[in-house]
Design a protein around this ligand. Structure first.
Ligand code: ABU
Length: 540
């Protein structure tokens, strides 16, 4: 037996270690089991990779590559119709299942990878083709790629100096959206959600009418301001009245018709009523795509009233705005939107951009800066080497602003405007298909109204309630079925549809089709699965 030198022994050990690592790596890459780190990297801690260790590129890449594997596995599961949407657990049980504790001592990378897997394992798959629960759903792959890049770029959107690419992208996308609304010029910004977008519209409206408010506050307003919105509007509109000092009593709910559309004659009657009492009607919110019924307020008639009484017209098209892409469905729903002073439009809803991505647009150039600028000297210096108008941060009441544009811009590049148009038409066609299928099964389903959008409102009838006349007593029972059936859906984890009451009826189901993953077969599955889970439900 030849003699082994010490150096030779170390070299031999190194070869064996490399061999083991290679084997582990090959196993993790060849899809055997869930993504795993080699032990050499898995046992490291945060301070053994970048940026703490400059020489740890390989280890950092391995850690991130395995995290990406976890994400890719999730994307695959989300699109697998044989996978459940969720494994429902009660909060107390979920708390016990998850290890959420924060410790004094650091945890190794292998544990962090397990944490990533566990978080996604217990997350509801909102991109699953059988998820019909929320206005924002689906998992657009190009937009997802954009969101991943956004996280890596990790910048703040307040100044051009730290976000040059993304600021210019915002300009291009927002200008395009304004032109689709029908404006040649104007101002826009991305905001953290539709509710905050609506708040920006309110602030701009008040500033437009009472520019001294910014410096002088309430004393600059002659009388009590009053705002109007339909009784079907999103609750954030009412919240503006509370946040901005009107009080919710001065956010007047205008009655809507049986389709959920604001009644213009009622709006005018209420405006006159408040004017006669010395109040100052100044802001009307029209909704294009109400949250529950998907109704579109009549914009032309509302615009006429706003013009007549010199009131700001805001259109909350957070939900319905996407239909601006569709030649087939844009009119009459959004006819007149170009007459608005401001418009909220959320790409993270109908357009399928990843959460969150919300925009608000104004007809007036420079209004955001004029209304909101505080000219913080440490951030928005006016003697910078570039035009300070590219520092969009001073347009908003927040300081830090998340980069929500890249995922939308990339998605738009990928789809083209025509791709979005096809997406809108497809969602509407699928909703029409669902309505047809519901009508074909009148013993099991009851369509509440012909939808204007992708919100399909209906009741499910278990065997107990079939073949009985439809009256208000039966509606109360159908309302009780909703909560029970939703509970069964959650336990089974196979489908998810939302339900709620409104001021005309007890609980009913609101099905949303806004995911590109959904097909006719998924709608058939949804209806048959509701029947499988619900047929034996008994209510008092
Ligand atoms: N902001 C409205 C979202 C509501 C929903 O997804 O049902």
């Amino acid at each position: 037996m030849s003699k082994l030198t010490l150096d030779g022994f170390f070299s031999y050990c190194k070869q064996i270690a490399e061999h083991i690592q290679l084997g582990e790596r090959m196993a993790s890459l060849s899809g055997q089991g869930t993504p795993k780190l080699t032990s050499a990297v898995g046992n490291l801690y945060y301070d053994s990779i970048l940026p703490y260790r400059e020489d740890a590129n390989a280890q950092t890449r391995e850690f991130l590559a395995r995290v990406v594997d976890v994400l890719l596995d999730y994307v695959q599961q989300v699109n697998d119709r044989n996978e459940k949407i969720l494994e429902f657990k009660m909060p107390e049980e979920m708390q016990k299942t998850l290890d959420l504790a924060l410790h004094d001592e650091p945890l190794p990378l292998k544990q962090l990878l397990e944490d990533c897997k566990s978080a996604l394992k217990h997350q509801v798959k909102t991109g699953h083709p059988h998820f019909f629960n929320q206005l924002s759903c689906g998992l657009d792959i190009i937009s997802l790629a954009g969101e991943w890049l956004t996280a890596a770029a990790n910048t703040n959107m307040f100044t051009y100096e730290i976000a040059p690419v993304f600021i210019l992208m915002e300009n291009v996308v927002l200008e395009k959206m304004r032109s689709m609304i029908g404006w040649k010029t104007g101002d826009s910004i991305l905001a953290p959600g539709g509710s905050v977008s609506n708040l920006y519209a309110f602030l701009a409206a008040r500033h437009h009418k009472f520019p001294q408010y910014k410096e002088k506050g309430l004393t600059s307003i002659p009388g009590h301001l009053v705002m109007y919105t339909s009784d079907q509007c999103h609750y954030s509109v009412k919240s503006c009245a509370s946040v901005c000092g009107l009080g919710t009593d001065y956010c007047i709910c205008v009655p809507s018709d049986e389709h959920g559309r604001m009644i213009p004659s009622e709006l005018e009657r209420l405006v006159r009523y408040h004017k006669d009492r010395g109040n100052v009607p100044f802001f009307v919110n029209a909704t294009s795509g109400t949250t529950v019924l998907g109704a579109f307020d009549p914009l032309m008639e509302i615009a006429d009233i706003c013009q007549k009484y010199d009131m700001w017209m805001h259109v909350d098209a957070a939900w319905g705005g996407g239909l601006l892409f569709s030649k087939k469905y844009r009119h009459p729903r959004l006819t007149g939107i170009e007459r608005a002073d401001s418009v909220t439009w959320n790409p993270h809803k109908l357009m399928g951009t990843l959460l969150q991505c919300s925009t608000v647009h104004f007809k007036y150039e420079g209004i955001l800066l004029s209304c909101n600028a505080m000219s913080a000297e440490y951030l928005f210096m006016t003697d910078k080497i570039y035009d300070p108008r590219y520092d969009t941060g001073d347009k908003v009441i927040q300081c830090g602003r998340h980069n929500d544009i890249f995922k939308l811009w990339l998605q738009w590049r990928g789809k083209g405007t025509s791709g979005f148009e096809r997406h809108m038409d497809r969602l509407m066609e699928l909703s029409e298909y669902m309505v047809r299928r519901i009508k074909e099964q009148p013993d099991k389903f009851y369509l509440i109204l012909e939808p204007e959008m992708v919100n399909v409102s209906f009741w499910y009838l278990p065997k107990q309630l079939r073949n009985l006349p439809h009256d208000s007593n039966k509606e109360i029972k159908l309302g009780k079925v909703c909560a029970k059936l939703k509970g069964k859906m959650m336990q089974a984890g196979t489908i998810m549809v939302g339900y709620q009451p409104d001021d005309r009826r007890p609980n009913f189901f609101r099905n949303i089709i806004s995911s590109a993953a959904v097909t006719e077969k998924d709608i058939d599955f949804l209806l048959s699965e509701m029947d499988r889970l619900g047929q034996d439900i008994i209510v008092d």
